[in-house]
Design a protein around this ligand. Structure first.
Ligand code: GDP
Ligand code: GDP
Length: 442
């Protein structure tokens, strides 16, 4: 399981600034696509790519005296965030190094003592002030792990990250799930009621003879192996999905942490949508998480059975508009209830996986860059033209290309997109994000 780190602290101490500094990926910074949203409370920190962890911003709701609204989404999110803090592998207690200790801090401190999770005291906003004096003000809180940082200026974040990683358990499932290179690891993700459990149970029902739980994985992340049309798959994170089918829970809380977990563990994420509801904000934030993780993507538009021809046309139009930013992903119309569209769905999963894990040679990648460059050189920037010289493959799932050249920093976003589309076409890549890393030098 991905470790969980919770940011706790009163309002205005800089939690969301720190959250953003730790979770904003390079990709998210480069292109913030219209249509994709990112959850402001939950994210994955990938500053160390080998050791991602889930970060939850409890948004100032963790104090004892702060009431949690019930019965609405904000209340549900708040309760989950609080529960997140209670289950966290590590809590970062954020305080304001400029204002010093406050009554609210102490309120939170009492709550933290009860929760008794491993906790670091993080004194923020220490830019331009005497960090040692700021730390000293909080010494009576009695923490042995204390750090002075400035989230806004990204000071002390490397040290913070190192300390956090030193404290976190390793993700034990990752290796176990990864043991069979022939198996395509698939996760079905989406908000509640889109039909995930109906689909998974139908798939497993049909394949009952050869489906089996993967031994050794933790109970909360049970994976199931199955074969279909002669291909091997591993459905990850089916525990919650399958259990739900048996026990009808009165209130279903959308487990964002579980979703992030499943996305992390898979190679291909199938995001399920409810055809009658279009693309909601929650759908868009699940999509954002898939893109941040760089996973291959298939969109399964479920409940296609319930629609008239006219409604279907409407839905098609809506989806092509709302999903324009992931045009490269295949969208498959399915009915989990009737089992229709499953062959197409698995075809799309297979194609996405094949693209995501395709092996490239340095020669073909360099050739592609040369042709892209010759057919359409980048425009002159302040009297100079950026030059792309050669390239080599830099990894798969997602396919990553390292491009060497000069003045690459000045390459426009438009040109980067052109390159991406050129590669997509030339190598017929479908269903996967594509990444470029630009390296300065001959
Ligand atoms: P939250 O309510 O705890 O999530 O706090 P925010 O992240 O929204 O930050 C509250 C205010 O503090 C904002 O105006 C931030 O710009 C500012 N702030 C956050 N981190 C720092 C920091 O490291 N140094 C300084 N000087 N200001 C900061
Ligand atoms: P989950 O929360 O994503 O796992 O969703 P469920 O599988 O529990 O499905 C939610 C509801 O949608 C249930 O009442 C299902 O019977 C219904 N449902 C699921 N798939 C379909 C479908 O393909 N067509 C129709 N009409 N209803 C469906």
């Amino acid at each position: 399981m991905l470790p969980l780190v919770a940011l706790v602290g009163r309002p205005n101490v800089g939690k969301s600034t720190l959250f953003n500094a730790l979770t904003r990926t390079r990709d998210a910074l480069v292109h913030d696509e219209p249509g994709v949203t990112r959850d402001r409370n939950y994210g994955v920190c990938r500053l160390d790519e080998a050791r991602p962890f889930v970060l939850v911003d409890t948004g100032g709701i963790a104090g004892e005296n702060i009431h949690l609204e019930s019965g609405n989404l904000a209340g549900a999110t708040a309760r989950q965030a609080r529960a997140g803090a209670e289950e966290a592998d590590l809590v970062l207690f954020i305080v304001d190094g400029r204002e010093g200790p406050s009554a609210l801090d102490e309120d939170i401190l009492r709550w933290l003592r009860k929760a008794s999770r491993p906790t670091f005291l993080v004194v923020n906003k220490t830019d331009g002030v005497d960090a040692r004096a700021a730390l000293a003000e909080f010494s009576r809180y009695g923490f042995s792990d204390v750090l002075a940082i400035s989230s806004a200026h990204r000071q002390g974040l490397d040290e913070l990250l190192a300390q956090v990683l030193a404290k976190l358990p390793a993700d034990g499932d990752a290796e176990i799930l990864d043991d069979d290179p022939e198996r395509v690891r698939v996760a079905f993700v989406g908000r509640p009621n889109v039909g995930k459990s109906t689909l998974v149970n139908r798939i497993l029902g049909e394949e009952r003879m050869i489906a089996s739980d993967v031994a050794g994985t933790t109970r909360d992340s049970v994976a199931v192996d199955l074969e279909r049309d002669g291909r091997k798959y591993r459905l990850v994170d089916t525990a919650g999905i399958r259990r739900r089918a048996k026990v009808e829970e009165a209130v279903e809380t959308f487990s964002i942490i579980k979703t992030l977990q499943a996305i992390e563990q898979c190679q291909v994420a199938v995001i399920m949508l409810d055809a009658s509801e279009g693309v909601t904000e929650q759908d868009a934030s699940v999509l954002g998480a898939v893109l941040d993780a760089g996973r291959a993507l298939v969109v399964a538009v479920n409940k296609w059975d319930g629609l008239s021809d006219y409604q279907r046309e409407q839905v098609e139009a809506l989806l092509s508009r709302k999903l324009a930013f992931v045009q490269w992903a295949e969208a498959v119309r399915i009915s989990a209830k009737h089992g229709s569209g499953l062959r197409e769905l698995f075809g799309a999963i297979h194609r996405a996986h094949a693209s995501a894990t395709r092996v490239f040679s340095t020669a073909e990648v360099t050739r592609a860059v040369e042709i892209a460059y010759e057919t359409n050189p980048p425009p002159v920037v302040r009297g100079h033209v950026p030059k792309l010289r050669f390239a080599h493959p830099g990894g798969d799932n997602p396919p990553t290309f390292i491009v060497h050249g000069t003045r690459l920093r000045t390459l426009s976003e438009t040109y980067r997109r052109y390159l991406e589309n050129f590669f997509r076409k030339r190598f017929r890549l479908v269903g996967t994000p594509v990444r470029f890393v630009f390296k300065e030098g001959e």
